[in-house]
Design a protein around this ligand. Sequence first.
Ligand code: MN
Length: 247
Amino acid sequence: MDRKHFLARSLQAIAGAAIAGPTLLQASSCSIPREAAGGSAPPAPAPNDPLFTQVKLPYAFAALEPHIDAFTMEIHYTKHHAAYVKNVNEAIISEGIVSADEAALFATASKLSPKARNNGGGAWNHNFFWQVMAPGHSGAPTGKAQDAINGSFGSFEKFKDAFTDVAMKRFGSGWAWLVAHNGKLAIGSTPNQDNPLMDVSDLKGSPLLALDVWEHAYYLKYQNKRNEYVAAWWNVVNWDAVAARLG
Ligand code: MN
C-alpha cells in the first residue's frame, strides 16, 4: 500500500470511529463499555459506565388521543426526550462519568455537572413516563395497585386529589410522583428533571408513577390549563405498569 492510499484508509477509519459514537448511543443496551464509544475513550476504560437509551414508545403517537394529542407526543418523544438522551450520553463520555448503573449515577446527582444531572434525569424520567401510560385503560387501579393505594391514602379518590394537588402546585417545570419508600407509598414532586432516585431530591423512593408537568407536555393542546391536562391524564394511566412495580 503506498503512503497516499494508506492515509486515505486511515482517514476513513477515523471518520468511521466518529460516526460510531452516536450510533452506539442508540444501541439497545444502556451499559456500553467505554472502549466501545470510539475516539473519546479515556486511558482506563470502565466496564460499567452507563449510557442511556431511549426506549421504544410502546404505542403510536396518536394512541393516547384525545387526552394527549399526537403532535405533542411526537415532539415530546422525538425532540425533547431524544435530546435528553443524546446530551446525557455526551456528558457521560466527555466528563468520564463512571457508575455501575442509573440508580448509582443518580445517587451521586449532587456531584454531577448540570448537563449530566438535567439530561440524565430527562432521559430516565421520560423512559419511565412513556411506560406508565397506555391506551384503553379505565382510569382507576384494580387488584394489587388498588389495594396499595387504598391502604396508603384511604381511597383512590383521596389519592387522586392529593396527586393532582402536588402536580398543580409544582411551580414551573417538574414532575409529580408516586413512590414506594420504606414500605409505604408517598406522593411528591421534583423540580426540572430531578427524580426521587437522586440524592438531591427531597422526595425519596422507588418510582411507581410519574406525571410530566413541563409545559412542553401539554401546551399545544391545553395551553396554560395544566389542570385540564392533569385531569385528562388520569384516563391514560397504565395501572398494570404501576402494579408490576409494586413487586
Ligand atoms: Mn417532558
